[in-house]
Write a protein that binds this ligand. Structure first.
Ligand code: CP
Length: 325
């Protein structure tokens, strides 16, 4: 069964959240609207709502993470769920236990939802296709394939700053080839109906058929690509996923594709600068830009909590007690 079919139930409600692929504009907007309703909780002295009280969410991260893991944990706690954080390096997977056996054992502890990051593309889909009825899988990044909650928090940030998606020209710059974030962002931007998505990268860091397969405009010249754009999303070089030398050097990459204050002048006067993190200062962007007035990089992180609260609450299935009644 495809990820598209796995994600939605017969009433088109979220069952798992694996990819932006196959989700329509209406559902993406419902996620953003639901996140809006959770934003105010962040400013309260008691930052909790009872929506998922009594439910159990397990974070299982097979790759390193700062932002995604912690904001998922905060999101689950603000929804009053009980949270398990499996430490993979000290778990039984290091003794050879399979992913499926880990799933079965945690299901036996009545875990309702798994938030998983994994180095293999398709790992979240695999888990979803084997999960028990009533158990949901949320993809927190799988290989080079997909990072859908990152894309949704980026969409939330863009809507918060710009209001309307339709007139926007958005440029995504850097290692498009290895980026699960870029793939998910492009799908979300096109589904939400932006005017134009541009990808800017050296030929070695962009899929050869990007224009047709991703529905984007391709640029290899940074100055040309960012001219008059409303939003610039910078990406990290995914060196851990590169086989062989795809770049002459980081210094040369910064010379050709780094976002500097000088280059920023080519974009729209009100341009918004984003980065999913982690940033490599002086490689993909200058510190003056990362911390400058156009940057919303830390807002992205803050909004990630509300967006993940929305996705957790929308994908949580009725409890077994609720299903029986
Ligand atoms: N953006 C993102 O996925 O960051 P982490 O790797 O820190 O989770």
């Amino acid at each position: 069964m495809s990820a598209v079919n796995l994600q939605l139930d017969e009433n088109n409600k979220l069952r798992h959240f694996l990819s932006i692929e196959g989700l329509n504009r209406d559902l993406l907007l419902r996620i953003l609207d639901s996140a809006e309703s959770f934003i105010n909780i962040t400013g309260r002295s008691v930052k909790k709502v009872p929506a998922l009280r009594g439910r159990v969410i397990a974070n299982i991260f097979f790759e390193h993470s700062t932002r995604t893991r912690t904001t998922f944990e905060l999101a689950a706690k603000r929804l009053s769920a009980d949270v398990l954080n499996l430490n993979i390096s000290t778990s039984a997977t290091s003794k050879g236990e399979t992913l499926l056996d880990t799933l079965r054992n945690l299901e036996a502890m009545d875990v309702d939802m798994f938030v998983m990051r994994h180095g293999d593309s398709g790992a979240a889909h695999f888990l979803a296709s084997h999960a028990n009825p009533g158990v949901s899988i949320i993809n927190a990044g799988d290989g080079q394939h997909s990072h859908p909650t990152q894309a949704m928090l980026d969409m939330f940030t863009i809507r918060s700053v710009k209001g309307d998606f339709t007139p926007l020209r958005v440029a995504i710059v850097g290692d498009i080839l290895h980026s699960r974030v870029a793939r998910s962002q492009i799908m979300a931007l096109n589904t939400l109906g932006v005017s134009e998505v541009r990808v800017i990268a050296p030929r070695t860091l962009i899929p050869s058929n990007a224009r047709e397969s991703l529905g984007v405009h391709v640029y290899h010249d940074m100055d040309e690509g960012i001219r008059n754009v409303d939003v610039i999303i910078m990406l990290r070089l995914q060196k851990e996923r590169m086989n062989g030398a795809l770049l002459p050097s980081e210094h040369e990459f910064f010379q050709c594709y780094g976002l500097t204050e000088e280059r920023l002048q080519l974009a729209d006067d009100e341009v918004t600068v984003m980065h999913p993190g982690p940033i490599n200062r002086g490689v993909e962007m200058a510190t003056a830009v990362a911390d400058g007035k156009h940057s919303v990089i830390l807002q992205q992180v803050t909004y990630g909590i509300a967006v993940r609260m929305a996705i957790l609450s929308m994908a949580m299935q009725p409890s077994s007690a609720g299903r029986e009644s």
